[in-house]
Design a protein around this ligand. Structure first.
Ligand SMILES: *Cc1c(COP(=O)(O)O)cnc(C)c1O
Length: 392
């Protein structure tokens, strides 16, 4: 487990701290996959767009991918190397600006490509396909293969478009893209890739690129890199394809923390309940995935203790945010001693899907952003009333 290497009593709270040492380790793992296979790995910026770290990451990865215009521009301006973009539907205005930044365009269908083919004539163009082969259970909103999915074309829809536009349109298409995983291991990739091959393999011979999307938890301890390498090599050798992966999470997995202070503790005993601590950080505003995924962050105390499950330690405390939302609860955790106002807590794995998703609901202030490098702790950004006001 990655623990903070900085003094957690010295930052303002709430704040996000990303640690260079952990980011670097992830990048080294990802680079080793590139080196072993010749594949290209891109940072999916929707998970992590802290561009002050791009000078580091760009030394390892091959470029960025974007979910639309602004991310593409950020990648182009601050990361360099290759810029890729996917959008379920592009507007003419977007495409005309995107061509300045992106070299690779992923279209949600042949029809989308046909609508914009003139604008992207000199670009690498891919079609996102959807094998409708679901390998995950539980969170349907994160499953692009769920029934009724709007993300990518099924084989039937793909072939319908080929009929409509003529098979010559395939000559203008460089490759296929699929993104069906979320926090998964390479066994699921292998099964998915097999299915893509069974369905779309006959089109791959004429193409030059395949993109496996994101959702690969490559930097997790139990990730099976050998199987990933095997799948990449299969597509390279069988079809002569250039293989791309575009993980978001895996790049900054466990590379950062959210440091928070306990503001107040409500004695639960009188109600026959557990204590409740109100933090200066909010699940709803500062870590929305805790509610959306949902997931439970690991929490570390300044003395290094890791908070237990409900009932595991002497005192169970419900940790809640400082907003009016009843459901703004991070979870029930247990500690050796009761929490008290002023105590600090560190929430783990808070670099991904946090800064990019936070909001100022309730007029909550946004946490400051710090980057801890070998040169010391650097405050990257502090937010104020203006950041709330200027969006309204
Ligand atoms: C979300 C997404 C990614 C990154 O996914 P992670 O789960 O963060 O690895 C990559 N490509 C596409 C098309 C996505 O939608």
């Amino acid at each position: 487990m990655n623990t903070p290497t900085f003094d957690i009593n010295k930052t303002d709270t709430p704040c996000y701290v990303t640690e260079e040492c952990y980011l670097k380790r992830n990048c080294e793992i990802l680079k080793s996959v590139q080196d072993m296979t010749g594949c290209k790995i891109l940072l999916a910026q929707k998970a992590f767009s802290m561009y002050s770290t791009y000078p580091l990451i760009s030394g390892y990865l091959s470029g960025t991918t974007a979910s639309g215009l602004y991310e593409a521009r950020l990648g182009y301006e601050y990361f360099g190397n290759e810029t890729h973009v996917f959008s379920p539907a592009y507007t003419d205005k977007e495409i005309n600006e995107l061509v300045k930044y992106a070299g690779h365009f992923v279209f949600n269908s042949i029809r989308q490509f046909a609508l914009h083919r003139d604008a992207v004539k000199d670009k690498h163009c891919l079609i996102r396909v959807n094998p409708r082969f679901s390998t995950q259970e539980g969170h349907e909103i994160y499953d692009p293969c769920a029934p009724g999915s709007r993300l990518g074309q099924t084989l039937a829809s793909f072939e319908e478009d080929i009929k409509r536009y003529g098979k010559e349109i395939l000559d203008e298409i460089d490759g296929l893209h699929f993104h069906t995983l979320c926090e998964q291991n390479s066994d699921d990739l292998k099964r998915t890739a097999k299915e893509v091959e069974v369905q779309f393999g006959k089109y791959l011979d004429k193409m030059s690129v395949i993109n496996f999307g994101g959702g690969h938890h490559i930097t997790r301890d139990d990730y099976d890199i050998d199987t990933l390498v095997e799948v990449i090599n299969h597509f390279k050798n069988e079809y002569g394809l250039e293989v791309y992966l575009e993980p978001g999470e895996a790049v900054a997995l466990n590379a950062g923390f959210l440091v928070t202070t306990v503001l107040d503790v409500i004695d639960g005993k009188v109600n026959g309940e557990d204590d409740i601590a109100i933090l200066d950080a909010s699940a709803a505003c500062h870590m929305p995935d805790v509610l959306e995924m949902p997931y439970r962050p690991v929490i570390i105390q300044p003395n290094g203790n890791i908070a237990g499950e409900k009932g595991e330690r002497a005192v169970t405390v419900r940790l809640g945010g400082n907003t009016c939302l009843a459901g703004d609860v991070i979870g029930d955790y247990s500690f050796d001693e009761p929490l008290k106002p002023g105590d600090r807590l560190v929430l783990c794995d808070m670099s991904i899907y946090s800064m990019v998703k936070n909001n100022t609901f309730n007029g909550m202030a946004l946490p400051s952003i710090y980057y801890n490098t070998s040169l010391g702790m650097r405050e990257i950004r502090e937010f104020s009333y203006e950041d709330f006001r200027c969006r309204l």
